[in-house]
Design a protein around this ligand. Sequence first.
Ligand SMILES: C[S@@+](CC[C@H](N)C(=O)[O-])C[C@H]1O[C@@H](n2cnc3c(N)ncnc32)[C@H](O)[C@@H]1O
Length: 293
Amino acid sequence: MDGNELALRVGYAGYKILQEWTTDHEMAKSRLIALQQDLADIDLETITWRPVDLLDICAGYSEWASTYDRASNPFVELAYGEVFAVGSTWLPRSDERVVLDAGVGTGQGQQTWAWGGTMVALDLNLGMLDIFRAKNPRVQIVQGDMTAMPLADHSFHLIRCGFVLSHLADVGAAFAEFARVVEKNGRIEVVDVHPHAVLTGANGIYRRATGSIGCVPVHRHLVSTYLHAASANRLHLSRVEEICWPANVATSPGLIATETKGIARPIIQAGEPALLRLTLAPQQPDHGRSAKE
Ligand SMILES: C[S@@+](CC[C@H](N)C(=O)[O-])C[C@H]1O[C@@H](n2cnc3c(N)ncnc32)[C@H](O)[C@@H]1O
C-alpha cells in the first residue's frame, strides 16, 4: 500500500475511533494497534501532495467540462444508477409535462431523469451546456443562474436539480426561484451530496491539464439548511431520504481516484450517508382552515 492509501486509512481509523471510544473499547483498542503499524509503515516521501487550485464555479466548470463525463464519480453513479433508476416510482413516465433541469451540466443521468415530457436544460456554464447540446440536440437550452432564472412564473410541472445546491452559498435564493417557476401542482426533485459526506471531505475535484488538481468547492450546508429554505419559500416537503452507501460499494476508506491521485475522497463505506434526496411541492392554500378562521 502506498503512502497515500496508508495516510487515508489512518484518517478513517481516527474517525471510527471517535465513534467507538465511549462504547466499544475493544474495537477502539484494536484500531489503535493497527494504526500504530500503519503509522510505522508510512513513508512520508511516497505521499503525493499534489497542488490544488481552488476555482470558482464559472472558471472551474468551464475547464472541467471537456473531461467531466470521463471520470467516474461514485455519487453520480449511485444517484443515477440506482436511486433514480429508469422506471423508479419517483419519476413515473409522463409525456405531458414540462420539465426543467436546473444546473443540468453535461446531462449525466439524462436517461434516468428524462422520463418523458418536454425538457428545458438550464446551466450557468456555457462549456457544460456545449457538451449537453452535442448529446441532446433537440432539447431547449437556457444559459442562466439558478438563483435568478430567465424563465416565466409557474411554467414547469417538474423541476429537477442534481448536485448543484451544495455549490451554492445561498440555497434559499435557488428555492425561491424553484417556488416561482414551478407550476402550482408541480413538484421539485433534488438530489445532492449528503452533508455528512461534505463534512468528511467531499468536494468537486478534477485533474487539470497542468497536472494539478482543480477544486470547485462545495458548501457545508446542513440538512436543516435545505429544509428551512424550502419552508421559507412555501414548499412542502413530501419526501426526504438520506441514502447511504450500499453494502456492495466498490471502494475503500479514503478512496483515491486514479484521475486525482493524491487527493482524499470522502468516506465511501457501506452504511455511511452518501446522498440527500428531497421531493417538494408548492404548499396548497388551506381553504377549509381559512374559512373557519
Ligand atoms: C456537479 S455539476 C452537476 C450537473 C448535473 N446536474 C448532474 O447531475 O450531473 C454542477 C452543475 O451546476 C452548474 N451550476 C452551478 N451553480 C449554478 C447556478 N447558480 N445556476 C445554474 N447552474 C449552476 C454548474 O455549471 C455545473 O454544470
